[in-house]
Design a protein. Structure first.
Length: 231
């Protein structure tokens, strides 16, 4: 698949799948989207609702550029109660070291030493190995397809899911009940799944497998996103 680097409206870079005209992030802002949906409605809101959380397990469907992982590793430092974070991410089409370098995400965080180290480690770490990214957080990245890997996630092991597949128009097969059943099972009771798509078919599929689904305000360019919880 041919990928090109583009710059989104907030100045942060992203990747574009040229044949599908499908962007890895919102064209209105890669960083703004990641902050609002995944670090915001996912991580921060979950920890706001569960303030005594000490151990957290996050699963990202689609590691891609590593922006959500980097942002999470930096944001988690603000939550003193959290002592340990396991970040599990699946990706079938890893980006190249050249693409990671051109995206230059540490520059979004003032080129801090910590951001540089975390970003470098996200992309250079071995697939299938637990790798520390910071004192609190470790990454396990798996090179596999969602379809194969989701059923293998241990049941009730995850607190927060970042569901970041390509859009339902490009990958309709990844927004079906069969996919969400595995993710529902993987979540602990009280866990949440956040995603950028608020399409009717996505809401219906999530509800059909047992999620309680809420539409919440989206980032610029997106009226709503979805926050789905497991009671
Ligand atoms: C919308 S992009 C988001 C990527 C990432 N969250 C980021 O912030 O860069 C979707 C990601 O899912 C990956 N992907 C698409 N289909 C997949 C599949 N069937 N199995 C595993 N990964 C897949 C793509 O390669 C891409 O990295």
């Amino acid at each position: 698949m041919k990928r090109a680097i583009t710059t989104s409206e907030d100045g942060s870079k992203t990747l574009l799948l040229e044949d599908y005209n499908e962007s890895y992030h919102s064209r209105f802002g890669a960083l703004s989207e990641s902050r609002h949906i995944f670090a915001g409605e996912g991580l921060s809101r979950y920890l706001g609702d569960n303030p005594n959380t000490e151990e957290l397990s996050i699963f990202e469907a689609g590691l891609g550029t590593g922006l959500n992982c980097l942002l999470t590793a930096l944001e988690i430092e603000k939550f003193k109660s959290v002592k340990r974070v396991k970040y599990l991410a699946v990706e079938k089409y890893p980006i190249t070291p050249e693409e990671a370098s051109m995206l230059d995400y540490p520059s979004l965080f003032g080129n801090s030493k910590l951001a540089g180290y975390i970003y470098e480690t996200i992309h250079s770490s071995n697939w299938g190995c637990n790798t520390p990214l910071s004192e609190k957080m470790e990454l396990l990245k798996i090179c596999s397809s969602f379809e194969q890997y989701f059923p293998a996630i241990p049941h009730e092991s995850i607190n927060i899911i970042y569901y970041d597949a390509f859009s339902p128009e490009t990958q309709p097969e990844l927004w079906q009940e069969e996919i969400f059943i595995s993710l529902f099972r993987a979540l602990k009771p009280g866990g949440v799944l956040v995603t950028y798509s608020s399409k009717g078919i996505v809401k219906r599929a999530l509800r059909a497998v047992g999620f309680e689904v809420k539409r919440v305000a989206g980032p610029k360019g997106k009226k709503h996103i979805l926050r789905a919880s497991k009671a």
